[in-house]
Design a protein around this ligand. Structure first.
Ligand code: NCD
Length: 358
């Protein structure tokens, strides 16, 4: 079995994502991650297992007896939420997911209140957390930090799993899981995700949710991806390179209306101006044609859906909010269920929950 204890950080870091995958599994060949770091760890079978478990947890939680059963499943575990980058939804939905399963939580949301402020390295801080907690859920502006921490922890006296809740501009695997779960549920009785057209619109260059979801969609058959953005914010080459390699159909466009007409799902994103190199860089880009409003809603098919990872600014007009095709509110709630499924699976409780009598 490939283990993080058998490989140096330098050798591990050099591997491609596919090659890294087996090092991060709970059990050899099972696929379920121990450390969840990037979308490439999930194939279709695993996604379906997680969606089934999320549905199961959702159902069990409907009755008081079921909810109390769930609250006992991981009552012996503690999780640390370490968020050194702004977050409301991702923080709260991980917190709510932990609460559903009875996990006790602690949190650091601001490095200024932790010993990092005194000059402690992140490596030392995270090792400190692992002394008190059984899982670390982390968000960081730094690309690759979650990966480094996973290696460090696996090589420490007290290995605990890392769950990446957003790292730099590169990955947001649990957001992609909730996006897939939303697509699965939306098209459940309508033939599923295979053969669909999904349009991504907005800041595709710096939005990590797009990078993670674009990859997960390649696990489905014949899904076409359309990338609609101003040229300055178009999807980066590393994303389309994967699509070409996997023979996935995609299109680069600047016409949201045409794309909307042809799409089963339109995934809107905000301009990620926190990554601007110079002040006002994003503000100089003309984004007026990359907003979803009443006219786009008219063009959207009756069974198609609008998605957004949130937070939104003005890229989706509020007049769309009560349309039954607007899925962004449901996406948030789906996030809680699928994260609970992932956390329960990380601790090895998938089977027990699936087979329980509730
Ligand atoms: C996203 C993120 O943090 O990448 N938010 C989220 O987790 N729902 C999207 C964003 O900030 O635009």
């Amino acid at each position: 079995m490939s283990r993080l204890t058998d490989i140096s950080w330098e050798d591990f870091e050099r591997l491609g994502l596919e090659a890294k995958k087996p090092y991060l599994e709970r059990f050899e060949g099972d696929g379920m991650p121990y450390h969840t770091l990037f979308a490439q760890q999930f194939d279709r079978a695993l996604l379906m297992r997680l969606c089934a478990l999320a549905n199961r947890i959702r159902f069990i939680n409907k009755s008081k007896e079921g909810a109390l059963y769930l609250k006992n499943v991981l009552a012996h575990k503690r999780a640390m939420l370490y968020f050194s980058q702004p977050s409301s939804r991702t923080f709260l939905s991980h917190l709510a997911a932990c609460q559903l399963l009875g996990i006790t939580t602690g949190s650091v949301r601001d490095a200024a209140t932790s010993s990092e402020f005194k000059g402690e390295s992140r490596e030392d801080s995270i090792r400190t957390f692992s002394s008190y907690f059984d899982m670390i859920i982390m968000r960081s502006p730094e690309q690759g930090l979650a990966e480094k921490m996973a290696w460090e922890l696996s090589n420490s006296e007290r290995p605990v799993p890392i769950l990446n809740a957003g790292s730099g501009k590169d990955q947001h695997p649990t957001q992609a899981l909730l996006d897939i779960y939303t697509l699965v549920r939306s098209f459940e009785r309508k033939g599923g995700i295979d053969g669909r057209t999904v349009t991504f619109c907005g800041d595709l260059k710096r939005g990590r949710t797009v990078r993670s979801l674009s990859y997960l969609l390649t696990d489905f058959r014949d899904v076409k991806q359309v990338f609609v953005a101003p040229p300055e914010l178009q999807v980066p080459d590393d994303v389309t390179a994967i699509l070409r390699e996997k023979g996935v159909r995609y299109e680069i466009s600047d016409d949201l209306r045409a794309a909307t007409r042809a799409s089963d799902a339109v995934y809107m994103t905000r301009i990620q101006d926190e990554w601007d190199n110079a002040k006002g860089e994003s503000a100089r880009i003309d984004t007026s044609r990359f907003k979803f409003g009443a006219e786009e809603l008219e063009l959207l098919g009756p069974d198609s859906i609008i998605m957004h990872p949130l937070p939104r600014r003005d890229e989706i007009a509020t007049c769309c909010d009560h349309d039954p095709r607007a899925m962004y509110w449901r996406q948030m709630r789906n996030g809680m269920w699928i994260r609970a499924a992932l956390i329960a699976s990380t601790f090895g409780f998938e089977r027990e929950i699936m087979d329980c009598g509730y």
